[in-house]
Ligand binder design. Structure first.
Ligand SMILES: [Zn+2]
Length: 375
């Protein structure tokens, strides 16, 4: 997901009537303006039922804090807000394009948060295309879990026979997804079997790669972006246990990526089945926390990597102006933003001042590659 032209229907409506407003209601975080100022898109009418949340034109959800005065001190102290101004972040990922994911899709969709499905087109892709296309239209992300689900040595494949090289095997999946669904790019991946032999090849192709090791991710920490940790749901895991993980992550101010395999009830129990009611109960719990950002992996990973990039950049001072410049890493999705504060002064990009947002931040376009602070 992300990027322009993701196939979200009806880019008109309420937001088009409120171009000067600071918010609009869209189906998820996919409004991805690439310039400054940004332009709201998408309409309420196009929002799938049960999938409404308030997001800014940047595509980032809007925190509950409001009425924050613009900083009026001396120019300086640029700080990137963790998790777009939320206390913590949560992603829900689903591996292997399992039949039970699609059998329970309506219930997952009804929770109303963007999800990431790591799919293997090598598993009987034909009948799945309609379903995955709908998932994209609903605002979810499809990620690369390879085509045939092999180990990194291309042995032990779950679905059919692989091509000659690991690179081809991975690329087959991405090519398939962009050719057969409305998703225009594939930005994130997950290693089949959690095989770390994928990490190097995925680093050449994606923004991040998710592994299966346990753990969470902190702002500006040194987590390997190509072996992101996860919480692997165990057989029969309860909502109470998932919630414990979510609440602990919130307490720590970190990002947790849940990994779900089979969802019950189903005849197709592949691995570590969990009940749909426990799962959606836990997803609803996380969604209801006002200071927790639930989103697809690509959305939160872009913020996490973008924050690290800008936070580690030293500004160049010319007269009374300070300018930060950066180059986005390869495979970084377009149209992504950071939220920052300063002690005072005027921030500008591409020669235009950035408006202060009363929710407590300036929104910085990562595509611009530069940011200037002036008195
Ligand atoms: Zn898998």
């Amino acid at each position: 997901m992300t990027g322009a032209g993701r196939g979200i229907p009806g880019r008109l409506g309420l937001c088009a009537l409120a171009l000067l407003g600071s918010r609009c209601i869209i189906s998820h975080g996919a409004a991805t303006p690439s310039g400054v100022p940004s332009t709201p898109t998408t309409s309420l009418a196009a929002t799938p039922p049960g999938f409404q949340r308030i997001v800014a034109p940047s595509g980032l959800p809007i925190p509950a804090t409001a009425g924050v005065a613009r900083p009026a001190g001396a120019p300086g102290n640029l700080r990137v807000l963790d998790w777009a101004g939320f206390k913590a972040a949560v992603s829900w990922t689903f591996d292997d394009s399992q039949p039970s994911h699609l059998a329970h899709y309506a219930e997952l969709q009804a929770v109303g948060v963007p999800l990431t499905f790591y799919v293997n087109p090598g598993h009987d892709p034909g009948p799945y295309e309609t379903a995955w296309t709908q998932a994209i239209k609903d605002g979810h992300e499809l990620g690369n879990h390879s085509f045939h689900h092999c180990h990194a040595d291309l042995k032990g494949c779950l679905f059919g026979a692989p091509p000659a090289t690991l690179g081809e095997e991975i690329d087959l999946c991405s090519t398939y997804l962009t050719a057969h669904t409305p998703q225009t790019g594939v930005w994130t991946a997950a290693s089949p079997f959690g095989d770390e032999g994928y990490d190097g090849a995925d680093a050449q192709r994606f923004l991040v790669n998710r592994g299966v090791r346990g753990g969470t991710i902190g702002p500006n920490d040194h987590t390997d972006p190509f072996n992101l940790p996860t919480h692997l749901a165990s057989t029969g895991e309860t909502a109470a246990r998932f919630n414990q993980m979510t609440d602990g992550t919130r307490q720590d101010g970190k990002w947790i990526i849940f990994l779900i395999h089979t969802i019950q009830p189903t005849d197709a129990v592949w691995y570590n089945p969990v009940s749909i009611s426990e799962l959606t109960g836990a997803m609803t719990h996380a969604k209801a926390l006002p200071d927790v950002w639930t989103d697809a992996v690509v959305a939160i990973a872009s913020y996490w990597r973008g924050q690290k990039l800008l936070s580690s950049t030293t500004p160049v001072t010319t007269g009374s102006n300070s300018t930060w410049t950066w180059t986005l890493p390869p495979h970084f999705p377009p149209g992504k933003f950071l939220r920052v504060t300063v002690a005072g002064g005027t921030l500008a990009q591409r020669g235009a001042p950035i408006p202060w947002n009363e929710h407590g931040y300036y929104e910085v376009a990562l595509d611009a590659g530069a940011l200037t602070l002036s008195p």
